[in-house]
Design a protein around this ligand. Structure first.
Ligand SMILES: [Ca+2]
Ligand SMILES: [Ca+2]
Length: 105
């Protein structure tokens, strides 16, 4: 279910607000209900498709993970940002089951 959870933030620091949309019942390959998060850039047509298999997410896609069921945006000051991947938005360790935090860097 695309858009089950939504959050916004300027994840790539380009000045435009971006939209993150969770799809917790998305299958990742053969992994049922692993979940995924799509990040839509507000200024360009570029986007990202994140699953728990994506670099920097810190887990792997497993059945029933429901990644993207809840989303929160974290926008730390650039100087304090710890970039762990080359992607613009990184979903980090979920504070609660099924949730995820998108952190810009
Ligand atoms: Ca942006
Ligand atoms: Ca997992």
């Amino acid at each position: 279910m695309f858009g089950y959870a939504l959050t916004t933030g300027d994840f790539n620091h380009d000045g435009g607000t971006d939209l993150a949309a969770g799809a917790p019942d998305e299958d990742v390959g053969a992994v049922v209900d692993a979940g995924a998060v799509s990040v839509l850039n507000g200024l360009t047509t570029a986007g990202q498709f994140l699953t728990q298999d994506s670099p920097g997410v810190g887990s792997s896609a497993e059945p029933g993970d429901s990644f993207g069921a809840a989303l929160a945006a974290a926008n730390p000051a650039p100087a304090s940002t710890a970039a762990t991947t080359t992607t613009n938005a990184t979903a980090v360790a979920p504070p609660t089951p099924g949730s995820s935090v998108l952190r810009r860097h």
